[in-house]
Write a protein that binds this ligand. Structure first.
Ligand SMILES: [Zn+2]
Length: 376
């Protein structure tokens, strides 16, 4: 696989943290990297008892003024940062080229999970953002991209798309690609659901994204953009085969910013640039649901330009794209993590059931029982 440094500090251990998805901004199964000897890992790996609401932090970090609300959340900043036009400008990063991607009989790319990726030249990057849209961070991300004439790909949570269709429409209007990331981003991932339930969640998400994006013209059975990313990269063979039969491309990633961790925008910028300078190219995963990413992005894009990186946009097409195989000895980085965390979840569910027997009135039994019965 590509040489992707697992962390700044060189800590090799990866652990997972899980958070309960919510309409406000699900993270679901995310990859938690221990920076140091893992002193904080046990707490991080515990299932939280209550849903987390990332937007609450956003609001605390930057309270909205009491002035009259704008008609659309994104409108004022959009107008303020919109460049007059993007062609012929060398004062912005811009979008270097577009790769058209079809998935006849299936396609899986992204070296963290799959032994192949898109064929990119050195210093070419594809920007992808998961888990949105959410008004404040996604709006800022879109502002930053627009200011630099950069096009990206968003993998939407259907619940968020249904709640914020105006942001989905803005993404499309500004030339971005809108792919899919399930309806509910469940804590147990698609792997923790029955095959039937997983398909239903995926299709419900696609339907919600399509409805938000295209209204009556939405086509969940044959989506405008047949791009999908599994929450937590936790795919299954039956689901991959099913998606392949629908000609839906599955995206992993080549590198990530670890922006599920709490860190300053400055630290996040340093981290992703160090990884990128080592990998030199690739599909990058961010979360537009994360305030730190939204805050970091303007500097990140400027840094890309300074270091002569070029943006490659991806869009749907009929034919398969050029691919590059992983280096000999490649191994999935995500698979071991997913298995370990789902196993831990199962153990926690068993413990919860044992507690339930001794305290039958406690709430939460249904959820924990489901965790212990993965279908795969
Ligand atoms: Zn996600």
């Amino acid at each position: 696989m590509k040489k992707v440094s697992p962390s700044i500090a060189g800590a090799a251990a990866l652990a997972l943290t899980l958070s309960v998805p919510s309409l406000a901004g699900a993270q679901g199964l995310t990859y938690q990297e221990e920076q140091g000897n893992g002193a904080g890992s046990s707490a991080q790996e515990q299932m939280p008892r209550a849903p987390q609401h990332p937007t609450d932090k956003t609001r605390r970090a930057k309270p909205k003024p009491a002035a009259a609300a704008p008609p659309r959340a994104a409108a004022p900043a959009e107008a303020a940062t919109a460049p007059a036009q993007c062609t012929g400008r060398d004062d912005v990063l811009g979008t270097s080229r577009t790769i058209s991607i079809g998935a006849p009989n299936g396609l899986e790319v992204g070296l963290k999970t799959y032994p192949r990726t898109l064929k990119l030249e050195d210093h070419e990057v594809v920007l992808t953002f998961d888990d949105g849209p959410l008004p404040e961070p996604t709006g800022k991300v879109l502002d930053a991209l627009k200011a630099q004439c950069v096009k990206a790909t968003f993998f939407l949570i259907g619940q968020n798309a249904a709640a914020h269709p105006q942001l989905v429409q803005r993404e499309i209007r500004e030339g971005h690609t809108v792919g899919h990331h399930t309806w509910s981003h469940p804590q147990v991932t698609m792997r923790g659901l029955s095959d039937e339930a997983a398909r239903a969640d995926i299709m419900k998400g696609i339907a919600a994204d399509e409805r938000a994006a295209y209204g009556e013209a939405g086509t969940p059975d044959k989506p405008h953009v047949p791009f999908f990313r599994f929450p937590g990269f936790a795919d299954t063979k039956p689901l991959l085969a099913w998606l392949a039969s629908k000609n839906i491309a599955v995206f992993g990633t080549d590198l990530w910013a670890s922006d599920w961790l709490e860190m300053t925008p400055e630290a996040e910028l340093k981290l992703i640039m160090s990884r990128l300078d080592e990998a030199k190219r690739g599909i990058i995963l961010f979360h537009d649901s994360r305030p730190s990413t939204a805050a970091m992005l303007p500097d990140f894009l400027r840094e890309l330009k300074t270091r002569n990186y070029r943006i490659v946009h991806i869009e749907p097409a009929e034919n398969a794209p050029d691919l590059e195989d992983a280096k000999p000895g490649w191994k999935s980085e995500t698979e071991a993590i997913v298995e370990r965390v789902l196993s831990k979840l199962s153990s926690q569910a068993k413990a919860a059931r044992a507690r339930q027997k001794s305290q039958p009135q406690r709430a939460g039994a249904k959820d924990t029982e489901r965790l212990s019965e993965p279908s795969d």
